[in-house]
Design a protein around this ligand. Sequence first.
Ligand SMILES: Cc1cc2nc3c(=O)[nH]c(=O)nc-3n(C[C@H](O)[C@H](O)[C@H](O)COP(=O)(O)OP(=O)(O)OC[C@H]3O[C@@H](n4cnc5c(N)ncnc54)[C@H](O)[C@@H]3O)c2cc1C
Ligand SMILES: *[C@@H]1O[C@H](CO)[C@@H](O)[C@H](O)[C@H]1NC(C)=O
Ligand SMILES: *[C@@H]1O[C@H](CO)[C@@H](O)[C@H](O)[C@H]1NC(C)=O
Ligand SMILES: *[C@@H]1O[C@H](CO)[C@@H](O)[C@H](O)[C@H]1NC(C)=O
Ligand SMILES: *[C@@H]1O[C@H](CO)[C@@H](O)[C@H](O)[C@H]1NC(C)=O
Ligand SMILES: *[C@@H]1O[C@H](CO)[C@@H](O)[C@H](O)[C@H]1NC(C)=O
Ligand SMILES: *[C@@H]1O[C@H](CO)[C@@H](O)[C@H](O)[C@H]1NC(C)=O
Ligand SMILES: *[C@@H]1O[C@H](CO)[C@@H](O)[C@H](O)[C@H]1NC(C)=O
Ligand SMILES: *[C@@H]1O[C@H](CO)[C@@H](O)[C@H](O)[C@H]1NC(C)=O
Ligand SMILES: *[C@@H]1O[C@H](CO)[C@@H](O)[C@H](O)[C@H]1NC(C)=O
Length: 386
Amino acid sequence: MPSLKVLALFSLTLLSQALATTIPETDYDAIVIGGGPAGLSATSGLSRVRRRTLMLDSGVYRNDPTRHMHDVIGNDGTVPAVFRYLARQQISRYNATTTMKNATVISVESINNGSYYKATDSEGLEYTARRIVLATGMKDILPDTPGVKEGWGKGIYWCPWCDGYEHRDQAFGILGNLSDAMGSVIEVWQLNEDIIAFVNGTNTPEQQQALAVKYPNWQAQLEAYNVSINNETIVSIDRLQDGSTDNDPAEDREFDLFRVNLADGSSIERGAFITNFPDAQYSNIPQELDLQMNGTKIAVSTNMKSNDTGVYAIGDINNDGATNVPHAMFSGKRAAVYIHVELGRQESLAAIGKRELSDKEREKEARRLVGSDLDELWKRVQEMKK
Ligand SMILES: Cc1cc2nc3c(=O)[nH]c(=O)nc-3n(C[C@H](O)[C@H](O)[C@H](O)COP(=O)(O)OP(=O)(O)OC[C@H]3O[C@@H](n4cnc5c(N)ncnc54)[C@H](O)[C@@H]3O)c2cc1C
Ligand SMILES: *[C@@H]1O[C@H](CO)[C@@H](O)[C@H](O)[C@H]1NC(C)=O
Ligand SMILES: *[C@@H]1O[C@H](CO)[C@@H](O)[C@H](O)[C@H]1NC(C)=O
Ligand SMILES: *[C@@H]1O[C@H](CO)[C@@H](O)[C@H](O)[C@H]1NC(C)=O
Ligand SMILES: *[C@@H]1O[C@H](CO)[C@@H](O)[C@H](O)[C@H]1NC(C)=O
Ligand SMILES: *[C@@H]1O[C@H](CO)[C@@H](O)[C@H](O)[C@H]1NC(C)=O
Ligand SMILES: *[C@@H]1O[C@H](CO)[C@@H](O)[C@H](O)[C@H]1NC(C)=O
Ligand SMILES: *[C@@H]1O[C@H](CO)[C@@H](O)[C@H](O)[C@H]1NC(C)=O
Ligand SMILES: *[C@@H]1O[C@H](CO)[C@@H](O)[C@H](O)[C@H]1NC(C)=O
Ligand SMILES: *[C@@H]1O[C@H](CO)[C@@H](O)[C@H](O)[C@H]1NC(C)=O
């Protein structure tokens, strides 16, 4: 009965396919959410090995307010928007497999326990992929004191590597809680000597205790660096001079000038400030995916994988301890490599049509399921494969 034999053979083939690793059908291999340096780096890494990649970017970049990006080798002093533009231009060469879209993702859903994911944008468009790379960035929570937002990234700076050198040797201020002031002094004392910590009413016993935990001799240390503490409430910060136009590019100097107006009616002039303001995840997608957190950051393994097996977190949002452009690029690259290899492994098993079972094991499994002696047919299947 050849027809029956053919039927049985066909069933067995189907069976071995069912047992095999199956790759879910998705629009993309990976979706990268966010087009800052982290997302661009991951997109580049995935594109270069022809992974079908979609990058979705809502265009709100953390370092957008700054004049120039610093301490990114080869791009020290580049305008951040120019840097991102160049990255997009270069990545667009891989447009056969990679798409970049300006869109805001409003939800990401894990399907079938992380077998694949579905992202939905604000237009209601849906995209599926086997891996999600979150590169959604952090946002700075700035106090509403007049002048702070206006000066942000332009003299009122976030990190010494970002803008410290351009404001070296100028009269300098530290904004933020007393408990954070000593850490800032340690970061900037090579750059500025005349330093005032404007602690805005936080010179309280609680803050002093918190500071003493980190720096038991903080008072003596501040004195040694000639740092004075001003505890007056800050009413406003006026800009007197703008380093965007008043600068010396040859010497890398920006001459911003501010006047701090205090509640007691006094005012003090400063050239620049470093800040210690709180930050938070920009996107609520990490929360919606119920990812494991560490403080405000997403907890990741060394491969940038979150505790949801197909979701990676790169750049400022993860807890590997760094928040800068080189780290964003490193972590994006690392996730891209890991995802490519991880998907590749899955595909290689699918290509030879099995799970991590040997031929013998698979035969046994097939027999168990079919419940009849198919030795003869099995041999023929093996013959056909040759
Ligand atoms: C004022 C300032 C100046 C700085 N200067 C420097 C510097 O000179 N050198 C340096 O190394 N570092 C600097 N930094 C730090 C640097 O900005 C960050 O480390 C870097 O931006 C982190 O990159 P990222 O890709 O993780 O996040 P981001 O650059 O913030 O990018 C996040 C991206 O995710 C997108 N996004 C978020 N949610 C969604 C969503 N739901 N859908 C689609 N897209 C979404 C955003 O639109 C954005 O494109 C500075 C920071 C500040 C605040
Ligand atoms: C997408 O955003 C980038 C960067 O913000 C911008 O340069 C580009 O013009 C935008 N593209 C479209 C089609 O709006
Ligand atoms: C893809 O890139 C090539 C080479 O840069 C370019 O010629 C082509 O127009 C691009 N296609 C699309 C759809 O953008
Ligand atoms: C879901 O996936 C995780 C990680 O791959 C696995 O440990 C877990 O057993 C799975 N749960 C179910 C119900 O399949
Ligand atoms: C200063 O403290 C006041 C009152 O607590 C607060 O409203 C304001 O945002 C703070 N400003 C700065 C610059 O820290
Ligand atoms: C010490 O700080 C005060 C203001 O706080 C400033 O007037 C003085 O010049 C500083 N001294 C040195 C050596 O920088
Ligand atoms: C600093 O200001 C706060 C708020 O006004 C006040 O409670 C505190 O006692 C002040 N600290 C000192 C040392 O004066
Ligand atoms: C500063 O201290 C206040 C309480 O006094 C706290 O609410 C706030 O989170 C602190 N800011 C930072 C950046 O730690
Ligand atoms: C990840 O961690 C969070 C918080 O601990 C937990 O609620 C969630 O179930 C975890 N997710 C997975 C897929 O294990
Ligand atoms: C949180 O991150 C810190 C610093 O990276 C680390 O020391 C700590 O062990 C982490 N905690 C958890 C619960 O992962």
